[in-house]
Design a protein around this ligand. Structure first.
Ligand code: GLN
Length: 489
């Protein structure tokens, strides 16, 4: 396996173990490159914390103490993942200055293993968006071409990993926010099964859809991170008490005889340039002994309206807590508490967030609840059953991640639906609660990366990571054309 396909985590781990570089030197390199970078990938840096963790790891290594594979690896977190004492803003003016008093469980796990947090990454405000441009600091830039968006909402993390200013990132995926930016930036993004990674400390957008997951250079890296952060957490009542992932070991499993379903509706309206490399990937899988079968999954066409109705309803409820009383921003001039809350929310939230709060309250309001919210809940069950049936026949499904490659930056849209439509291939996974992984599989004529998506049944992360890994090692595909940027190892 070439070093590049092996990913960066094992490589850095071995460099640190052999003392080819100290963790402090490595961390400093990353911090220097972040400061030079024009990618706008970071919202804030945590230099002091990063150097302190690095020093700690160096001490352990020099005293011969055994350390975790993730110890000393410089990484980043999306700015909606709570970090004790470190500003967490969700890229929103309303949370400016907010420093959580506790760590999100997924971060706490990595921190305890010695992970080095470089800073918090850029995102669409409250994770609402598909371009990262709904951020209070402006969008992150695509390292492959800075005139294009990174995708969103975890755009900063994807940009940082592709641009080599973080070894890996944690993002969150409610309707594609890990997979779509991964595909736009030419890296791997895993959205785990709902309930496999604790949501404790992840600032909620759509609680019934949100999941934390890794953005990495390779499937191997994704499996290392996934195994570390997945598992039961008593602080999250939706986390599964019986799941103990061992996806890393499964990377050696053979995929001979694997049944791959191709749901044809996912390919409707998808750019020819995006479809082609995925069709090539099908041939790669066939050459590895997998069986490809095309089939119809018509229920998938209902997912976009179902998702946007339900997720806005959940967002309207989740975001009611930001009122200027306890956290972050508060308006300056007000007569009474009502005016204070109203002005704080009007001034603190961006346009897209306000639109979704309004939409969400509308579909939940009396007279509309049955017509929209309830109908969407019922349809959600129909979509779930269709996927469960599909997984009785197929081990995994192979689809596009997005109908197009990255959009040009600062594009104006005639209406919000135009950008919502771009989520058509990613929202089903969250609506059903299953895992999905985005894997780079080519470049378009403009040199922008293309991703393919592998979907599996609930708690089948080991399987989809293995299927992704097999493609990476069977092809000579170089997934990161940005190796001349950022930290060169
Ligand atoms: N683009 C989708 C939305 O805006 C998904 C976002 C996400 O996964 N957080 O809702």
């Amino acid at each position: 396996m070439s070093a590049q396909k092996r990913g960066i985590i094992k490589r850095v781990n071995s460099m640190l173990a052999k003392k080819e570089i100290s963790c402090k030197e490595l961390t400093q390199k990353y911090l220097d490159e972040i400061k030079k970078s024009e990618l706008n990938a970071y919202i804030s840096l945590s230099e002091d914390e990063a150097m302190a963790s690095a020093e700690n790891v160096d001490k352990k290594i020099s005293s011969g103490e055994e350390v975790d594979v993730l110890a000393g690896i410089p990484m980043t977190l999306k700015d909606n993942i709570s970090t004790s004492g470190i500003e967490t803003t969700c890229a929103s003016k309303i949370l400016r200055g907010y420093r959580p008093i506790y760590d999100a469980s997924a971060w706490k796990t990595l921190k305890d293993k010695g992970a080095v947090l470089l800073g918090k990454t850029n995102m669409d405000e409250f994770a609402m968006g598909s371009s990262c441009e709904n951020s209070c600091i402006g969008g992150a830039k695509n390292p492959h071409n800075t005139g294009y968006v990174t995708g969103g909402s975890s755009g900063g993390g994807a940009s940082a990993v592709a641009g080599n200013i973080a070894a890996y990132a944690l993002g969150s995926d409610t309707g594609g926010s890990i997979r779509q930016p991964a595909s736009f930036c030419g890296i791997v993004g895993l959205k785990p099964t709902y309930g496999s990674v604790s949501r404790y400390g992840l600032i909620a957008y759509g609680s019934g859809f949100d999941q934390i997951g890794p953005l990495t250079q390779t499937a191997e890296d994704a499996s290392i991170i996934f195994d570390a952060i997945a598992g039961y957490d008593p602080m999250d009542s939706t986390s599964n008490p019986n799941y103990e992932p061992n996806s890393y070991e499964s990377l050696n499993n053979d995929i001979k005889g694997l049944k791959i379903g191709i749901p044809k509706e996912y390919y409707d309206g998808v750019d020819e340039e995006v479809r082609k490399p995925i069709e090539e990937a099908m041939k790669v899988y066939e050459s590895l002994g997998a069986k490809i079968e095309h089939f119809s999954l018509p229920e998938v066409k209902y997912t976009l309206p179902v998702y946007y109705i339900l997720v806005c309803a959940e967002a309207a409820s989740n975001l009611a807590r930001f009122d200027g009383v306890r956290y972050g921003y508060r308006t300056e001039h007000y007569k009474d508490i009502n005016e204070m809350m109203c002005k704080t929310r009007s001034e603190g939230f961006g346009a897209e967030v306000k639109r979704r709060i309004l939409l969400g309250n509308y579909v939940l309001s009396s007279g509309y609840y049955d017509a929209y919210y309830k109908k969407a809940q019922n349809l959600r069950k129909v979509i779930m059953s269709a996927f469960y049936e599909a997984f009785k026949k197929y081990d995994v499904l192979l689809t596009p991640v997005s109908p197009t490659t990255a959009f040009p930056a600062n594009k104006s849209y005639s209406n919000p639906q135009e950008i919502y439509l771009a989520d058509i291939c990613t929202v089903p996974v969250n609506t059903v609660g299953i895992p999905g992984i985005s894997v780079p599989c080519g470049f378009d004529s403009k040199g922008l990366p293309i991703g393919m998506q592998i979907l599996g049944d609930k708690f089948s992360e080991s399987k989809i990571l293995n299927v992704a890994h097999k493609y990476e090692i069977a092809t000579d595909y170089v997934n990161n054309k940005c190796l001349d940027m950022g930290v060169r190892l």
